[in-house]
Structure formats: structure tokens, C-alpha cells
Ligand binder design. Structure first.
Ligand code: ATP
Length: 237
């Protein structure tokens, strides 16, 4: 049912071991079928927030529900509903595309499903590369493999942490196409970025995070009308 909540974040705070507060009482609801862009300057807390939602970082207080499952008390149920595409490129080299994606599914304890792996590889135009080893792939193709891995266990929600950081314009546009394609196939998308154009191009809704605080959450069109690029840029300084 598109439009129903799939991620529910309540008063989520994170204080790191050194006493630094990276998240301050963040409240956020992500709806099924949307593309949500989390926009913020370097160090604002984007990675911390998605890591905390995915259960990779322990929150100091607050809670996260994934499709109704508490991400601490019901970690397994919550985590299997989530696909996470990390910021760093993979350093696997000698495994093939097929084995990499298929193995990733196995890590979630899901039974082998070659038909699903095929669908994922086709959706990411990796099918022709399935027998290639990762070291033989271009940067763009490697990024696609990371997305394919994250989709291998059929998650409902896909998190992409700065999917186009440090890539050229052409590859950026390519990644935008890929992500839109996934949304059209029913995957809910949450991505972090510090590029306004990326949020503007992709998102249905935009959240702005600054110094650990979610200062703004709005429909994209309303936000761009209210603030415009210039003022939004000020939020990112
Ligand atoms: P970027 O755009 O640079 O990736 P970000 O918005 O993703 O930044 P985070 O990586 O979440 O920001 O970091 C938020 C803040 O928390 C930063 O000031 C960072 O230095 C701090 N931080 C991150 N991890 C730790 C840690 N393990 N211990 C202490 N502080 C941390």
C-alpha cells in the first residue's frame, strides 16, 4: 500500500563515545514508495542517521520501527527489510558479479533464488556482466553491483549513502536513472546527499539535517517554491 509508513523514527539521539552529539531527537516518517533525500553539509549526521536506522550504530535514545519492527528488539526482522548501499566502493576483486550478489543474499539466510538474482541483475543492466570479476568492472558498474547486493534479499527499503559522491556528471545522471527505475519497481528509497541538484532531481520529499538536527522536512515542490535553491544553499553552509 503506497503512502503508508515504512520507516518510523522517534526522538532518535546519538552521542558518540567521545561525548559528541551527532543526532538530536530526530523524528522522521518515510512512506512506502517515495524517494526521500536527506540533504546536509559534511559532518551533519547523515551517515549516522541512516546507520542508526539500519541498526549498525546504537542510538543513545529514541527508537526506530521498520515496517513495524523495532530495530533493536527485533533487529533481524527490521534489518532484513532494509538494503544498504554504503558510501565506499567494494574492494572485492576476484569474485564474479553473480557470485557476489548471490552470496550477499545468503548472508541474510534467504534460500537461493536464481530468478530473483537474475531480475536484480537485469534491473541494474548487469546481466551481461554476470560472469565478470569485479576487478574488471568500471566504477559505475561497481556502484551498480553494490546496489544489486543491497537488493539481493528483497528489501522493502533501500538506503543509499551519498550514491554519487565523487563521480562525474555523466555517471551521476546514470545513477539517478537507476534509482528512479528501482522506485518505479516499488522500492522505497532513502538517499543522503550534499548536492541540492541531486535532491531536486530525485526526491519526492527532502529533509535537511544540520549539526544532528533535522531542521526541515518538506515535499520537494513545496520546498523549492518556498525557499528556492539559493536559500536552501544557505542551509547547507
Ligand atoms: P559526510 O557528508 O561527511 O559523510 P555526514 O553528514 O554523513 O557527513 P556523519 O558521518 O554522520 O556525517 O558524522 C556526523 C558527526 O559525527 C561528524 O562530526 C563526525 O565527526 C562525528 N562522528 C562520526 N562518527 C563518529 C565516531 N565514531 N565517534 C565520534 N564522532 C563521530
Amino acid at each position: 500500500e503506497p503512502g503508508t509508513p515504512v520507516i518510523h523514527v522517534e526522538k532518535l539521539s546519538k552521542i558518540y563515545g567521545d561525548g559528541f552529539q551527532a543526532l538530536k531527537e530526530v523524528d522522521l516518517t518515510i512512506r512506502r514508495g517515495e524517494i526521500f533525500a536527506l540533504l546536509g553539509p559534511n559532518g551533519a549526521g547523515k551517515t549516522t542517521l541512516i546507520s542508526a536506522i539500519c541498526g549498525l550504530v546504537n542510538a543513545s535514545s529514541g527508537r526506530v520501527l521498520v515496517d513495524g519492527h523495532d530495530n533493536v528488539a527485533q533487529y533481524r526482522q527490521a534489518r532484513e527489510r532494509i538494503g544498504l548501499v554504503p558510501q565506499e566502493l567494494t574492494n572485492e576483486a576476484f569474485t564474479t558479479v553473480w557470485d557476489t550478489v548471490s552470496f550477499s543474499r545468503g548472508l541474510f539466510g534467504k534460500p537461493k533464488d536464481p530468478a530473483h538474482i537474475e531480475n536484480v541483475l537485469r534491473a541494474l543492466t548487469l546481466w551481461d556482466k554476470r560472469d565478470n570479476r569485479l576487478l574488471e568492472l568500471s566504477g559505475g558498474m561497481k556502484r551498480r553491483v553494490l546496489i544489486a547486493k543491497a537488493l539481493s534479499h528483497q528489501p522493502q527499503v533501500l538506503f543509499l549513502d551519498e550514491p554519487t559522491a565523487g563521480v562525474d556528471v555523466e555517471l551521476r545522471r546514470e545513477m539517478w536513472e537507476v534509482v528512479r527505475g528501482l522506485r518505479d519497481q516499488g522500492v522505497t528509497i532513502i538517499l543522503t546527499t550534499h548536492y541540492i541538484e541531486e535532491a531536486e532531481e530525485m526526491a519526492d520529499r527532502i529533509g535537511v539535517i544540520r549539526r544532528g538536527e533535522l531542521v526541515l522536512v518538506e515535499e520537494k515542490n513545496a520546498l523549492m517554491q518556498q525557499l528556492g535553491r539559493k536559500e536552501l544553499t544557505l542551509h547547507l553552509a
